[in-house]
Ligand binder design. Structure first.
Ligand code: NAD
Length: 492
């Protein structure tokens, strides 16, 4: 068992009341790490530390270029440790080592990109319509940001928030998921090594039910940056509203992957498989609905099942494994419940449809890659996020019908389409109600391109130039250079 401590105000410490919890390895089904279970006292201490650090000259007095340099150093340190951190993530959340290694090797780019942006944040001089008055704007940090992240891509999703928040000059209290805290605690020392002053980044571990509300509602927290499920996101939004706090919410999805008869069939089959079975479907952008044009429906489904059948399940730390376990036991049970719901609604599983009991799955929490046909767009299996390897296949006849079905859920995180017709690609890019639209590709993200949800999939954008704005507020400054007397009883 590995024992961890939390990072508060530059010091590593257990929870004030000594509480801990165990983190399980989803492949073995056994605990492997002991994590501090923070209570309200710990959260308060972390927020106070971040609040003091926000005001201290060691952070506030840094030039934006110097702040950027810290982010560059952090990026280099992560790069050097990427494979070790990836192995910790795989042990903790059961996602494939190939996937986690790829994420960890890529994520320094977020720290570099926003590090580079730190000293390019500029105010404006406004050609104000009042003679003798000079008006300009300042872009200022907000203060303490509460960063709350889920278990599926722990360090990657944290980087999407930490990098712009710190580049903009804020300080942070970060609560990783109770199912994947270890990698956050392994990352902690790198902030210190990079030279961030104590209290600028605090990491508290524990349960949303114990400390989530305090993190969101504490008066010294200026903003909440959250990634997680839509129900939790709604609770966070409500709690933040009581204090008129801004939020960034990256929530769930029910993304459509639309296959037209004019696609390159093998590419589309590959894309649909990658959309739903990569990461065992545990991604917010999972293409969990395949909409398939009726003229190619039978041949497409046949090829889809044939390819999906070949997926190698097993130990996520083996390079050859393609489908790993489900990260948490509650999630595992939820996926199996959705499989029952789909059957109850009249859908038919043409592949999988059960827990996986293959010998190579050991004692892990595995679900067979599952494909449902006979799905109607209004069924729960086609409307609700499962967050597992379960695909609903729905036929359509025309482009308009495909768009209508794709847009018919309350979510709007992403959508994919497979077509050789450029006109259609352009029409879809306009008409699909989703924050990301992929044509002839799927599951591509970059630090350069904005990411976020339409509708119930969220508020705000991460990555790309505009993301730093989520962590800044604009101040308008007026200087009267003329000093002319004016009537105090009317607006100037
Ligand atoms: P979750 O909502 O259960 O938990 C997310 C985080 O919120 C955890 O750290 C949890 O401890 C915390 N939390 C729980 N209750 C809270 C409360 N009342 N107040 C404050 N914080 C609280 O989500 P999860 O199961 O860890 O992750 C899976 C979900 O995340 C899926 O729905 C998925 O779609 C979503 N997700 C979205 C994106 C995106 O960018 N849009 C990316 C990845 C995952």
């Amino acid at each position: 068992m590995q024992n961890y401590e939390m990072l508060i105000d530059g010091r590593w410490a257990p929870a004030a009341d000594g509480q801990v919890f165990q983190s399980d390895n989803p492949f073995t089904g056994k605990p492997w790490a002991v994590i501090p279970r923070a209570g309200l006292q710990d959260v308060d201490r972390a927020i106070e530390a971040a609040w003091a650090a926000f005001r201290a000259p060691a952070w506030r007095g840094l030039t934006a270029s110097a702040r950027g340099l810290l982010l560059y150093r952090l990026a280099d340190l992560i790069e050097a440790e990427a494979d070790r951190l990836a192995a910790v993530e795989t042990r903790d959340n059961g996602k494939l080592i190939n996937e986690m290694r790829g994420q960890l090797r890529y994520l320094p780019q977020w720290y570099r990109y926003f590090g580079g942006l730190a000293d390019k944040v500029e105010g404006r001089v406004i050609p104000i319509d009042k003679p003798g008055v000079f008006n300009f704007t300042r872009e200022e940090p907000l203060g303490v940001i509460a960063v709350i992240t889920p278990w599926n891509s722990p360090l990657m999703l944290a980087a999407w928030k930490l990098a712009p928040a710190l580049a903009a000059g804020n300080t942070v209290v970060w609560k990783p998921s109770e199912y994947s805290s270890a990698s956050a605690l392994e990352l902690g020392p790198l902030f210190e090594k990079a030279g961030f002053p104590p209290g600028v980044v605090n990491i508290v571990t524990g349960f949303g039910s114990d400390i989530g509300d305090r993190l969101v509602t504490h008066p010294k927290v200026a903003k909440v940056a959250f990634t997680g499920g839509d129900a939790t996101g709604e609770a966070v939004y409500r709690a933040a509203a009581k204090h008129i706090k801004p939020v960034t919410l990256e929530l769930g999805g029910k993304s459509a992957n639309i296959v037209f008869e004019d696609c390159v069939l093998d590419d589309a089959v590959n894309g649909v498989v990658s959309g739903i079975f990569a990461a065992s479907g545990q991604t917010c952008i999972a293409g969990s609905r395949a909409l398939v044009q009726r003229s190619i429906y039978d041949s497409f489904v046949e090829k889809l099942v044939a390819l999906s059948k070949t997926a190698r399940m097993g130990d996520p730390s083996a390079d050859t494994t393609q489908v790993g376990p489900i990260t948490t036991q509650p999630q595992y049970r939820k996926i199996l419940e959705y499989i029952d719901i789909a059957r109850g609604e009249g859908a038919t599983a043409v592949l999988g449809g059960a827990a996986a009991t293959r010998p190579e799955c050991g004692d892990g929490w595995f679900v067979e890659p599952t494909i449902f046909v006979g799905v109607k767009p209004d069924m729960r299996i086609a409307q609700e996020e499962v967050f597992g390897p379960v695909l609903a296949v729905i036929p359509f006849d025309t482009e308009d019908e495909a768009i209508e079905i794709a847009n018919s859920t309350q979510f709007g995180l992403a959508a994919g389409a497979w077509t050789q017709n450029i006109g259609r690609a352009l029409r879809l890019s306009e008409k699909l109600e989703a924050g990301t639209v992929w044509i002839n590709t799927y599951r591509a993200v970059s630090y350069l391109s904005p990411f976020g949800g339409y509708k119930r999939s969220g508020i705000g954008r991460e990555s790309g130039l505009t993301a730093i704005k989520e962590y800044l507020q604009e101040k308008s400054v007026w200087i009267d250079a003329q000093g002319a007397p004016s009537n105090p009883f009317v607006m100037r």
